[in-house]
Design a protein around this ligand. Structure first.
Ligand SMILES: [Zn+2]
Length: 323
């Protein structure tokens, strides 16, 4: 599959024959062919994103969540400037900027990537060009610079302007807009570069893809250094940081509470334990998949990750942890 970054130049190139043939009197057949070519020239990603609306929901004074397509975004705004957490896909940048302006916020000053995946960092190039300071865990920069394959989809190396310029190992704090924003790295979980973001005063927690709320079973990107056991540990650390009033922004899915996050943690613990026990008893991956240890939670037929893939990721995680 072609890296998305090449979509626009490709679109420009493929449009040329259509424009040229448009100068002559085309037969119906040729016209149909030209139309077909034009159809093909439209990047499927851009077409899919065209109807997407970016909607904001205020969570506390100066703190909001933005929903669009891709990873949920967080916003901190006020007199010290606007912070954006994750930025979805490049074609949505304009809509994201409009949603931020509608909150009464100034243009983005700091951009934090919760991890390197393209549905959370696809707008980096646009925001970088507009002067945002991009921050992330050091492995995010390494993986963006290299490019990789995620779930079978090739992601090209990111240009320098899209890469984080401020990286950290364990975390960093932002003191702005009357709050302290804690950015904390969680080792080897969804990837090896995940961060969670916690607004201390507003009591809002952005989990990135360490938390998929209801929409799918967890995606653990083993290829990017992810590990199911780290995912469970991250959920436990996050729970320690929260109380019953905390507003939890998941990487994907609707807003959540501490109770929702607890149920997610319990699910992770239960399925990891079931796979681990069966594996220790000598069962093969195929045998454990057939046992369907995640069946009770594998309820969405359209989910990105189904029970079999989840079990396989846990199996590989346990294998990697044992090395
Ligand atoms: Zn992700």
């Amino acid at each position: 599959m072609k890296p998305y970054r090449f979509a626009l130049p490709l679109l420009a190139l493929m449009s040329v024959p259509v424009v040229l043939t448009g100068c002559t009197d085309l037969s119906a057949q040729e016209k149909a062919k030209a139309e077909k070519q034009e159809e093909k020239a439209v990047d499927p990603m851009e077409a899919r994103l065209a109807p997407v609306q970016v909607k904001a929901e205020e969570l506390a004074p100066g703190v909001a969540v933005l929903f669009g397509a891709g990873g949920n975004m967080g916003v901190s705004h006020g007199e010290d400037g606007t912070v954006l957490i994750d930025d979805q896909f490049a074609p949505l940048t304009g809509k994201i900027q409009t949603a931020i302006a509608d909150l009464g916020a100034t243009p983005v000053k700091f951009l934090i990537n919760t991890h390197w995946h393209h549905d959370h960092s696809g707008g980096n190039e646009n925001f970088g060009k507009e002067g945002a300071v991009i921050m992330a865990h050091e492995n995010v920069r390494v993986r963006m610079a290299k490019g990789s394959t995620v779930a079978g989809r090739e992601v090209a190396p990111a240009p320098a302007i899209a890469q984080p310029v401020l990286t950290y190992k364990d975390g960093v704090k932002l003191h702005l807009n009357g709050d302290t924003v804690h950015i904390r790295h969680m080792p080897a979980a969804h990837t090896d570069g995940d961060s969670i973001v916690y607004w201390e005063k507003a009591n809002v927690l952005h989990m990135g893809d360490l938390y998929f709320n209801k929409v799918t079973l967890p995606f653990i990107d083993i290829n990017s250094g992810g590990n199911a056991v780290g995912m469970l540990e991250a959920a436990n650390i996050a729970l320690d940081m929260t109380n019953d009033d905390t507003k939890v922004i998941p990487g994907h899915g609707p807003m959540a509470t501490k109770a929702d996050l607890m149920a997610y943690r319990d699910m992770l613990a239960e399925v990891i334990d079931a796979v681990s026990v069966a594996r220790d008893a000598g069962k093969s991956l195929t045998e454990i998949q057939a046992m369907k240890p995640a069946a009770a939670y594998d309820t969405n037929p359209n989910a990105f990750i189904k029970g079999g893939a989840f079990v396989e990721a846990i199996w590989k995680s346990l294998e990697n942890s044992a090395k």
